[in-house]
Ligand binder design. Sequence first.
Ligand code: G3I
Ligand code: 9MR
Ligand code: ZN
Length: 547
Amino acid sequence: MTETNRSIRLGQLGFHPGEHKMAVFLQGEEGGAFVVEDAASGKVVFRGKLRGPIQSEASGEQLYQAVFSELDQPGTYRMKGSQGEASAVFAIGEEVFHDAHQAMLKAFYYLRCGMELEEKHAAPWTHKACHLTPAIVYGQEDRRIDVCGGWHDAGDFGKYVGPGAKAVADLLLAYEDAPQAFAAPVHIPESGSGVPDVLSECRYELEWMLKMQDTETDGVFHKVTTLKFPSFSCMPEDDLADLYLSPISAAATGCFAGVMAMAARVYKPVDPAFAKRCLDAAIRAWGWLVRNPEVPGFKNPPEIKTGEYGDSNDRDERFWAAAELYRTTGESEYHAAFRKLAEEANFYLYRLGWADMGGYGVLAYLRLPAAQQDAALAGKLKQGWIAQADDFLKRSEQDGYGISLLPSHYIWGSNMLVMNHAMTLLIAHQWTGKEAYRACAYNHLQYIFGCNPVDLSYVTGVGSRYFMEPHYRPGIGDGIKEPVPGMVSGGPNKGLQDEVAKKELSGQPPAKCFLDHSESYSTNEITIYWNSPTVYVTAQFTKSRVA
Ligand code: G3I
Ligand code: 9MR
Ligand code: ZN
């Protein structure tokens, strides 16, 4: 019987025929032999030579890469090195990511606010309806607004417009770019309605967002939260402190206009009336932006201590809004605004983060028919996107795990960067057909699924060894050992920004600054916008299957 040791790292879900296949060895020698055996018979089906050594600055390890892309025969396998070390058993098959994809989409349902999570859909992770009282408008204490619904942001119960917009944008793009991956239901209350579950789930968030638009000014409140975070084990329904709407911000209003204009397009075939509500709301938000060309960036008011999502630059949000409104309506006013912002370009054009939405604007513009584009501008933007992908590719070629993060990129939510970069690469692949981009994106996803220095899958319930203790209040408070499945951890953060991380991780290399501990909110929280790019990337590798 073969002993499995942990010196061979590989994506725990396995690989697809036709896709890039790589494992990482901690032991080995230059040109050393490795084999892949059939798990049942022990028959050698592939022989290869290790590539390396590669000194990983991010993880402090010396690594070897074992590439076996030619092995495409579906089955179960095990790898072995020349020193007798053996990997865990892994699969090759068309559907190896299917369940993970479903679980990561279903995770959004578990984050729903304002409704009971009933046994029928949520067992065993049920809870009562939460956050039902109208919220106080900060600075206008006698004004209260109903903003019930939407998704909790993360391990806390705040609801923030910018992060919500990123999450919905990723999911709608995931659906647009790989509709076949969303054919099977994920068992939410709306399943079976004839509308794909991903659209029903996003609508739950969009309906909440619509309530966040101020009926008096058309601006959008930045967020709704209690004044401070509740205790770590607080269940949503027990979080009864007053809810406050933080002031309107240009960042929130810009994101709102962007995502609503996008939704207007995506929902038109399934629900034209809803699509029209989204478009009207987007146009009104745009009006606010035009009337408020220069506004200070968002900062928490002094009494409000919850997640700030501060953003000092609102040009990228305006840019995204202009692009989506132009794509959806074809009106020249938005095109003019887009060109002007693109020309100034005083923001990150290609990022897909919660604070930097430029990339979504570029994408919306580049997906217009050529006749509606300014050809020179479109050419420049496409070239810029591809240059960004090339840079990620080059960096990945120098990284032991084949990913594009430099040591300085292991910050709070580093897994979002891993997945955002993979999105960038996959879109570059769609435009160019260059296989190296797709292979590189695949390595990024395999990193999330366990081919990483921590040797854990960063998605709950996914793989054979996954993190168990997310910083997620309902998961701490519910007394259930098994975490809610399908949730993506923030991942290693060299900033050590919580007490346990400071205590346990000091001196660790950046890519190992991760703690599977429920109090380590700076390394092990979960959020909607860490799940959403992961769904995008996974969907690109998921074939249709109606369960
Ligand atoms: O951008 C800088 C970069 O220039 C610098 O090199 C690097 C080095 O430290 O830091 C980067 O800034 C970090 C920033 O995230 C980047 O997005 C900050 O250090 C880091 O503190 C900040 O963390 C944010 C965290 O809130 C604290 O504000 C996370 O991005 C953000 O995801 C997280 O969001 C929280 C919400 O507040 C509340 N809800 C849960 C959610 C997840 O933990
Ligand atoms: O528990 C909070 C977590 O959900 C947030 O993401 C994080 C964001 O800063 O903050 C956590 O709360 C801590 C706060 O930041 C600092 N003081 C201690 C808080 C925990 O009680
Ligand atoms: Zn709630």
